[in-house]
Write a protein that binds this ligand. Structure first.
Ligand code: AMP
Ligand code: ZN
Ligand code: ZN
Length: 464
């Protein structure tokens, strides 16, 4: 084979290899959308026809029993889903918190929600995804409109409870398809939590609310299909907690047992943080210890290990936990709800739904149980990201995935820069082109042949 032909084919194969490397890098960017319907209890899917949930189960996986983290409230559990950490470690220990060291208070209804300091004991998955050079999108997930560690999601919506579900979905679809395309999205919807609180989960009126959520899921499926994303995006539909029925007959009035002057009340029923006034801890504790059989009071160091709810200054020196269905208030003048959550996370009524489908998931597979902290390593595996230290275990949930679905983890950090491999490839490519031209000119000069004639003779040869 003439020298020039050898050089040319070598050059072309190198170029082909470079192109293949770059396209396989693209393929490795699995897509994932995590959806939370706040307060969607695991068994709601059995109450009314829920064809869209059923379709996801048939096309993918369902987990029958998901143990979430203590306390079973919105903020702690949403942060657990995206960090894989129990509340004592990620620091969002309740919807209402107090930090006695820094003398700062947090209420999910206050402006402190936007103070990143509260969130920075952990790093949510959307930030880790971005640190690996990808883009994330967030539609109202708790904490997602906060610059955690100085980083917002690449695309996000500021919290606005009146923005319809459909509009949130449309935003996410745009972000998956847009010029700054995301590969990871999170979507939050306030129902059926709000109706569960107002009506009580056992109300027949809840059937309509559940059917409506199923229709909303149908809307999301339809939009993903129309956008050509349905078979590409891994879709996980879950929740933060369940809901249980309350009753006016099951109210504990704390004023009956202990004076308000002796403590500060932090957070709401059914798990209340009690901050005793200076030197009053034993007095408050002794007043409450055997006060009511439907209430337990723990000194912080006595909180059961399995709650993973002790090692954080934002957890108060005393906590009161009431039995399922009971409400604790200072007196009956406070507002009363017919449904609530926050109770012991091993109660079935506190546990959320979990269904998922997509290229990474097995089909028509039912798993008996998992822990919500396991979702984070599972999502990292789907996204090909190295998980940060967490309380979950990928091996406990690996069976939800098809065997080949785990791409090689991307090694962060390469933030928003072209990858190292691509830079090396480009330099190599340029060197090859220059080398090829140099040898080409050398050959032409040495043989003193007219370049056009030589080129024509080469063209007649096959390039392989
Ligand atoms: P919970 O009673 O613990 O289920 O809290 C649910 C409530 O949290 C919802 O009804 C919303 O009002 C509120 N909420 C959820 N996400 C956010 C957010 N990103 N910003 C502010 N409030 C939120
Ligand atoms: Zn919630
Ligand atoms: Zn709620």
């Amino acid at each position: 084979m003439p020298d020039l032909l050898v050089i040319k084919s070598c050059f072309l194969s190198c170029l082909l290899a470079l192109l293949q490397t770059s396209s396989s890098q693209q393929e490795e960017q699995s897509q994932l959308l995590l959806v939370s319907f706040d307060g969607f209890r695991w068994d709601y899917v059995n109450r009314v026809p829920t064809p869209n949930f059923r379709a996801l189960m048939d096309e993918g996986v369902q987990v029958e029993q998901v143990e979430n983290t203590y306390i079973t409230k919105t903020y702690p559990n949403h942060y657990t889903l995206v960090t894989g950490l129990h509340a004592e470690t990620h620091g969002i220990v309740a919807n209402e918190m107090y930090d006695p060291i820094h003398n700062r208070s947090f209420s999910m209804e206050g402006p402190e929600v936007y103070d990143a300091w509260w969130w920075e004991e952990a790093v949510p998955l959307w930030v880790t995804n971005q640190k690996a050079g990808r883009k994330s999108g967030a539609a109202m997930w708790p904490g997602s409109d906060v610059a955690i560690g100085g980083t917002y999601p690449s695309h996000f919506l500021s919290y606005n409870a009146s923005m319809p579900f459909e509009a949130r979905v449309e935003k996410l679809i745009d972000w998956f398809l847009g010029p700054e395309a995301i590969n990871f999205g999170v979507l939050y919807w306030e129902e059926p939590d709000e109706s569960g609180h107002n009506l009580g989960p056992e109300s027949p009126l809840m059937d309509v609310v559940i059917a409506d959520i199923d229709e909303k899921l149908g809307f999301l499926r339809g939009k993903l299909k129309n956008a050509g994303l349905y078979d590409k995006v891994n879709l996980i539909v879950t929740s933060d907690h369940g809901m249980t029925q309350l009753s006016h007959d099951k109210i504990i009035e704390l004023d009956t047992y202990v004076s308000r002057d002796l403590y500060t009340w932090i957070d709401k029923s059914p798990v209340v943080g009690i901050l005793p006034k200076e030197g009053k801890l034993e007095e408050v504790y002794n007043s409450l210890k055997n006060a009511n059989p439907n209430m337990v009071v723990y000194k912080k160091e006595e909180i059961p290990d399995h709650y993973h709810y002790r090692h954080n200054v934002r957890i108060m020196p005393l906590i009161i936990e009431v039995k399922e269905g009971w409400t604790v208030m200072q007196n009956r003048n406070g507002s009363f709800m017919l449904g609530n959550h926050g109770y012991n996370n091993s109660l079935p009524s506190m546990q959320p739904v979990f269904v998922a489908r997509g290229p990474a998931f097995r089909r028509d597979y039912t798993k008996a149980s998992m822990r919500s902290v396991d979702l984070y390593p599972l999502m990292c595996s789907i996204l090909g990201l190295k998980p940060l230290p967490n309380n979950g275990s990928l091996s406990s949930v690996q069976d939800l995935l098809v065997e080949t679905s785990t791409p090689k983890p991307v090694v962060p950090p390469v933030p928003r820069e072209p990858s190292y491999a691509w830079a090396v490839g480009s330099i190599l490519g340029a060197a090859l082109v220059i080398g090829f031209l140099f040898i080409f000119v050398q050959q032409v000069t040495q043989r003193q042949l007219p370049p056009l004639h030589l080129t024509n003779s080469e063209i007649t040869q096959p390039l392989l």
